[in-house]
Design a protein around this ligand. Sequence first.
Ligand code: APR
Length: 240
Amino acid sequence: MAISPELRRRFAESQRVLVLTGAGVSAESGVPTFRGGGNSAVWKGMPFDVISSAAMLERNLPAVWEWFDYRRDFMEELMPNAAHYEIARWQEQFPEFTVVTQNIDGLHQKAGSRDVVELHGNIWRARCVACRSTYDMASGEKRPAACRECGDSLRPDVVLFGELLPPGAFELAAERAAECELCIVIGTSGLVYPAAGLPEIAKSAGAFLCEVNPEPTPLSPICDEMLMGKAGEVLPLLRS
Ligand code: APR
């Protein structure tokens, strides 16, 4: 795969770098993507955006828990892939480095990435529907039956369709996007906003925009460079 001298120079010289990742960065770890490849996830006959919605949470919290318990059990065995490890290495290379992810799988952190901005929450946490207290459910820990602070119900600490992003997460990501010199967009279809707006913010602030994806996306036309391939195979090629 050809990588332009311009991208190599930017990769070698940039101080402020932002990476935005989507489901594609975890595909090589075995996490199914939502849209790439033409099909979309279905659970018990319900499309993923129905079971993963605020409306379903209102109507049937146990069903939502069943879906996320299934996904958590499925993800328990999954390990980061070369793309996650490469991104974790970059935090040592770039003085100001930000990882923003739409993924809830926690694989960036498992690969060693610190201070990951999680736009859509994390499947390994539960949150109180009332006081927003959170409970870590890292591997194997059973979630409490109710909130230990206020006694109200717990829900998955993930952003469901129809819900707002976690307070401050997008604002921080947008701030970093507006400041970065190099923005690398990895494994996202660029269809879900406001996350898909971050590369546009970086581009309009003058950053060099690079996309890594086996398929073109609606973001591709604004990118300075497209590396069409799998993240786990492409990212190590950026090493000088
Ligand atoms: N490497 C890089 N990209 C890949 C790979 C890979 N190995 N395999 C697939 N892709 C690309 C696909 O071509 C597709 O463009 O990853 C993208 C995955 O797109 P989606 O499934 O739409 O995932 P994402 O963009 O993260 O979805 C955004 O939508 O469903 C909600 O909340 C959910 O966070 C998710 C959000």
